[in-house]
Design a protein around this ligand. Structure first.
Ligand code: NAD
Length: 265
């Protein structure tokens, strides 16, 4: 599935969770658009490989670092090192995320904290450090947080930690957008629908994945799961000057999932 031509980008873009899935697609999309790319991920080795691939796709420069977005020091070191190596940070894709489900009465505090710390506090830590760089350089910037349709709707079956984290993230985006609009820094969310990545199947037994792929794809209005490149196309558009009047928005890229009422008549 092709998501069309790439947006033109300049300067350095940081992508968290850039080693796999949607983050990897966004990092390579930024590279094709002409940006320098910093790939930050728990998996530093894979992040380094994606950084090498970014050079092959047209990035003027690229680095890959191990970074845990839950850890204040790890984020500060990675963001500062990326800015040192690549120059002023113009774009951020706060994408690192995990999904651990469970019914609330059975849910361990460690699982709850892991999801909130990664998906929400991680975005806060990355954006905070990157905003300091953007303000210092005074040339504006664009931040894209990867949220989810679960930010605005829910379903039975233990999605509470994930949906709480994404609801918080979408609210975070709205308020940060207002606080930094006067500095020329735009902040938006992308809400991808079901995409065929490791995270999508994190809570599904391996032998049930093919049937679940069919089942979920069949419930999407467009009749299939999305491709990471299709989320990346929205992300690179929001990073680019082509979206210069867009801030505080929640851009839904979900094949029609949110448009569909659950009760058919
Ligand atoms: N796949 C989907 O269907 C879907 C739908 C909506 C939203 N999303 C969101 O998109 C984002 C990317 O998801 P994906 O599907 O590409 O997942 P993925 O599992 O393919 O990739 C996630 C990446 O994040 C990294 N990561 C996890 N915890 C981290 C941490 N603490 N610090 C740094 N890196 C960390 C992982 O190592 C991995 O490389 C997530 O925020 C997810 O919630 C995904």
């Amino acid at each position: 599935m092709s998501a069309g031509p790439d947006e033109r980008l300049d300067g350095a873009v940081l992508v968290t969770g850039g080693a796999r899935g949607i983050g990897r697609a966004a990092a390579l999309g930024c590279a094709r658009g002409g940006a320098s790319v910093a790939v930050l991920d728990l998996d530093g080795e894979l992040a380094g490989q994606v950084a090498e691939q970014a050079i092959g796709r047209g990035a003027p420069a690229s680095v890959g670092f191990a970074c845990d977005v839950r850890d204040e020091r790890s984020v500060a070191e990675a963001v500062d090192a990326a800015a040192d190596r690549l120059g002023p940070v113009r774009g951020v894709v706060s994408n690192a995320g995990v999904d651990r489900g469970g019914l609330v009465h059975e849910l361990g505090l460690d699982a709850w904290r892991d999801v909130i710390d990664t998906n929400l506090t991680g975005a806060f830590l990355v954006c905070r450090r990157a905003l300091r760089h953007m303000l210092e350089h005074g040339r504006g910037g664009s931040i894209v947080c990867v949220s989810s349709p679960w930010a605005v709707v829910s379903a039975p079956g233990g999605v509470t930690p994930y949906s709480s984290s994404k609801g918080g993230l979408s609210s975070f985006v709205r308020s940060v957008a207002l606080d930094y609009a006067g500095h020329g820094i735009r902040v938006n969310a992308v809400l991808p629908g079901p995409m065929d990545t490791a995270l999508m199947w994190a809570n599904v037994p391996e032998d049930e994945v093919p049937a679940m792929r069919e089942l979920i794809g069949g419930q999407v209005a467009l009749g299939r799961l999305g491709e990471p490149d299709e989320a990346a196309a929205a992300i690179t558009w929001l990073l680019s000057e082509r979206s210069s009047y867009v801030t505080g928005s929640q851009l839904v890229v979900d094949g029609g999932v949110l448009a569909k009422a659950s009760i058919a008549v």
